[in-house]
Ligand binder design. Structure first.
Ligand SMILES: Cc1cc2nc3c(=O)[nH]c(=O)nc-3n(C[C@H](O)[C@H](O)[C@H](O)COP(=O)(O)OP(=O)(O)OC[C@H]3O[C@@H](n4cnc5c(N)ncnc54)[C@H](O)[C@@H]3O)c2cc1C
Length: 479
């Protein structure tokens, strides 16, 4: 039976849209299924930070960089447990993908950006050169540009339709089943995102997230139900990335991503269960969760009354009233003296007092000899002189890795995004990208923006690869 489309794409987030557009650019007829009422997935919710090396934006700012440097950094941060060939392809293709996006209308001004919300080039904190590209209108801007391109190419989209299973015929993936209807395609790209919204999969593939207990909250898009794992199980696909994902440290009462929740006071310090300060409070995501893990999984965020009343209104979690509510409920410790606060959180009072004294001696003067936080503040274009923590009452709220952003266990892919089976051979007709494709996202988030870069870069490769496979199959059939 003839294929109805050359390429069928499952999922209309970053990876799926990039795959659909690149397949269409290569002359393929493409159909894209999206389970939700609108396109975008987690990509649309994201800040859109895109890590890439050797880009026109970097060059315009006089930054010398290369895919080789990026590769070395990426592998080192991930302790070389990822497959170098795959990661090398990613690092090499990230910059051309960024240029492709700019060509499709994504705007990334060649200016230094102070944070994930200011378009330009930002520093995430763990890299040797600035690589975090922040697009105008963030993840939404990326999705809009790709959606315009897919309309230009006449790519059909079926919204509100969750693909149920892969269609297998003649020893290959030959299409999909959605709404009980079979749709045949020359090749299929799985780009259905991660599994953060499925507690059973989180337990199985990212159990570290469970350590947050009641404090765990998920910011990934609702469609992140792990359908790639179900599809993969049906065709014997191997998995990569077991046990990894991105958890961000937050106080126990936060329930939303910081856009909604607001930000904790700048004048805050974190102490461990011994009452000792243990980290740069603005440490990058790539390392902050690991640092907390080493302290028994949590620490205490310490701030004073001046910091609490200075919080701006209008957010859901970080407001003066919300903190007061948590205190009234007995969940955030509050005390008139450091001795009482130390007793309330069961840390040694002399250590807590020494930590606060040292912080007050250094940070208000704009220097942090111990943890070098002034560098993180400067990179964010924030004032490096922080208010002293001296005005009681004093507060202590538990901080722990509790915000689940994305998951990394995906269908194992090769450098061409072909899905591999347990023997390491490609499953004919099947490609995967984004969080659904495993092997690029590792144990460390490589800041800033390796998840968006992964989705769009590997998605673009997947679209081309699927189009090529479909065309060669059509040729072989003599059609
Ligand atoms: C709040 C937030 C901020 C973030 N900020 C950044 C950042 O700045 N930089 C960075 O690198 N990373 C960031 N991330 C992570 C990053 O956005 C994601 O890892 C990445 O965008 C995932 O892209 P994707 O295409 O794999 O998945 P998604 O964008 O989630 O797309 C998957 C799509 O598939 C659909 N789908 C699922 N199952 C089916 C099915 N069976 N049939 C049809 N459709 C289906 C979903 O509804 C969804 O639309 C952030 C994530 C969040 C949630």
């Amino acid at each position: 039976m003839d294929d109805e489309f050359d390429v069928i794409v499952i999922g209309g987030g970053g990876a799926g849209l990039a795959a659909a557009v690149s397949a269409a650019e290569d002359g393929a007829s493409v159909l894209l299924f999206e389970s939700e009422r609108e396109l975008g997935g987690s990509t649309q919710l994201s800040a859109g930070l895109f890590t890439a090396a050797g880009t026109s934006v970097q060059r315009a700012l006089g930054i010398e960089d290369s895919a080789e440097k990026f590769f070395q950094h990426y592998m080192d941060l991930n302790q070389w447990v990822l497959r170098p060939g795959l990661v090398h392809t990613f690092c090499e293709q990230a910059a051309p993908t960024l240029e492709w996006l700019i060509g499709l209308g994504v705007e990334i001004p060649a200016v230094e950006s102070g944070n994930a919300h200011q378009p330009g080039l930002a520093r995430a904190g763990v890299e040797d050169v600035w690589r975090a590209h922040v697009p105008k209108d963030q993840g939404y801007g990326l999705v809009q540009a790709l959606d315009r391109a897919r309309r230009t190419h006449g790519v059909d989209v079926v919204l509100n339709t969750r693909v149920e299973e892969l269609l297998v015929a003649g020893g290959r993936v030959a299409g999909v089943v959605a709404d009980g209807i079979e749709m045949r395609g020359g090749a299929v790209v799985v780009a259905s995102g991660g599994f953060a919204q499925d507690p059973t999969f989180v337990d199985r593939y990212f159990p570290a997230a469970r350590a947050a207990g009641e404090s765990l909250f998920v910011v990934a898009a609702p469609g992140s139900r792990g359908d790639h794992l179900r599809f993969g199980a049906g065709v014997g696909a191997a998995l990569a990335g077991h046990g990894w994902g991105l958890l961000m440290p937050t106080v126990y009462f936060q329930r939303y991503h910081h856009w909604q929740s607001g930000f904790p006071p700048a004048s805050r310090l974190y102490v461990n269960q011994e009452g000792r300060r243990f980290m740069d409070e603005d440490a990058p995501y790539a390392v902050s969760t690991g640092i907390l893990d080493r302290q028994g999984g949590y620490g205490w965020m310490i701030f004073d009354e001046k910091a609490r009343v200075g919080l701006p209104a209008g957010y859901t979690d970080w407001t003066p009233d919300r903190v007061a509510e948590e205190v009234a409920a007995g969940r955030t410790a509050c005390a008139a003296t450091w001795d009482e606060l130390a007793a309330a959180i069961a840390v040694p009072a002399p250590a807590l007092k020494a930590s606060v004294d040292r912080w007050n001696a250094q940070l208000p003067a704009g220097a942090d000899d111990d943890f070098r936080r002034h560098l993180s503040l400067a990179a964010k274009h924030s004032d490096t002189h922080l208010e002293p923590i001296t005005e009681g009452p004093f507060y202590a709220a538990k901080i722990l890795p509790a915000e689940l952003v994305c998951t990394h266990t995906g269908l194992e892919i090769d450098s061409n995004t072909a899905v591999l089976d347990a023997t390491g051979r490609p499953v004919p007709g099947l490609f995967a990208a984004g969080e659904a494709g495993g092997g690029v996202l590792g144990l460390r988030y490589v800041g800033g923006g390796n998840a968006v870069a992964n989705a769009l870069t590997m998605g673009r490769i997947a679209g081309r690869a699927a189009a090529a496979e479909s065309h060669s199959r059509t040729k072989a059939q003599g059609n």
